[in-house]
Ligand binder design. Structure first.
Ligand code: BTN
Length: 331
């Protein structure tokens, strides 16, 4: 597990990258870096060397050179230009990991603060909802978890999935001209196909959330052939939809910023404040849907959300609220 020392070096290296990229033309002398960042020569030399060793820029005897930031999920690269205040400011990044949600849970249990980001280039046992797995091919998408400590009761948590899905939609809208939709309870669809999924693991005491792990998987540069054959008809990615390759680091920064704004509003003003924006993007509200409850299949019309993010549906048996599970939109 990484230490506070490496978290501090991420901040130093991000400052160096910021100076090299934004305040010069990509080539900057160590003495200029000293002036720009306020760090002494030893720190500059040590950290530019570390950056070069991790594949970021080139450190010579007197200069650091980096024409542009590489699209690698490395903490100093992510931190450079990140606009959020606390979401993703403390980063644990891995090349390969079983599941970011599992590592995040261990960190949350040892008191890691809210907003801590756990991210991997690849997951070997990525988890989805309802016992499914989340296919996480290397360097293609974003697979990450955030540690959250919302002061709410457990019943409010379905709403947080919708709030997170809203931030995924907004991030995609910022980066493309597409209009993604939210499929209750936690999916983000483009053209009716799944582009992102959200998995929240909750730890609670006496009905109140003590911490929540919000896991997100977003398919970005995943080509059709990168998906498992059984997913090819139902899954999509930004590259499939637009034909363009995206910077995953840019997507991550945008997503962290959008999620921080939505999460703050959710904590401050509650789900009702966010609901109109979520309803606007819903792929299920007003539609005929089917779902299973205790093994029995129902069809109903999706009416809207209740104050906790549950789905209000009307079937021939009357109106009820779904608090979890899955719905299918009937054609
Ligand atoms: C779903 O749609 O079923 C939820 C998918 C959630 C996948 C993400 S990827 C990062 C995080 N770590 C995991 O093991 N799962 C979530």
């Amino acid at each position: 597990m990484k230490t506070e020392i490496s978290l501090e070096s991420h901040r130093i290296q991000a400052k160096i990258l910021h100076a090299a990229i934004n305040l010069s033309d990509g080539k900057v002398s160590f003495s200029e870096l000293e002036k720009m960042t306020g760090y002494d020569m030893t720190v500059i030399k040590e950290n530019t060397k570390e950056l070069m060793e991790s594949g970021v820029g080139y450190a010579g005897r007197k200069y650091f050179r980096i024409p542009e930031l590489p699209d690698l999920i490395l903490p100093p690269v992510v931190l450079t230009g990140l606009k959020s205040r606390f979401m993703g400011r403390r980063i644990f990044a891995y090349k390969s990991i079983c599941s970011t949600n599992d590592t995040a849970r261990r960190l949350a249990e040892s008191d890691s603060p809210e907003g801590t980001l756990i991210i991997a280039e690849k997951q070997t046992r990525g988890r989805g909802r309802m016992g499914r797995s989340w296919h996480s091919p290397q360097n293609k998408g974003l697979y990450f978890s955030l540690i959250l400590r919302p002061r709410v009761t457990v019943e409010k948590m379905p709403a947080l999935s919708l709030v997170a899905a809203l931030s995924v939609c907004r991030a995609i809208e910022t980066m493309t001209d597409m209009r993604p939709q939210i499929k209750w309870p936690n999916d983000c669809l483009i053209d009716g196909k799944k582009a992102a999924g959200i998995l929240i693991d909750i730890s609670a005491e006496l009905g109140r959330v003590s911490h929540a792990i919000l896991g997100m998987g977003l398919n970005i540069n995943t080509a059709k052939k990168d998906f498992l054959s059984e997913l090819r008809k139902t899954a999509t990615s930004l590259v499939i939809q637009t034909g363009k390759v995206f910077s995953r680091v840019d997507c991550l920064r945008t997503l962290l910023h959008e999620f921080e704004k939505s999460y703050r509003n959710f904590c401050r003003y509650g789900f009702e404040f966010m609901a109109p924006e979520i309803i606007k993007r819903s792929s299920v509200i007003g539609k005929e849907i089917s779902f299973k409850l205790s093994g029995k299949k129902y069809t109903a019309i999706a009416l809207g959300y209740d104050e906790n993010g549950g789905l209000r549906v009307k079937s021939k048996n009357g109106v009820k609220v779904l608090t979890g599970g899955e719905v299918t939109i009937r054609k």
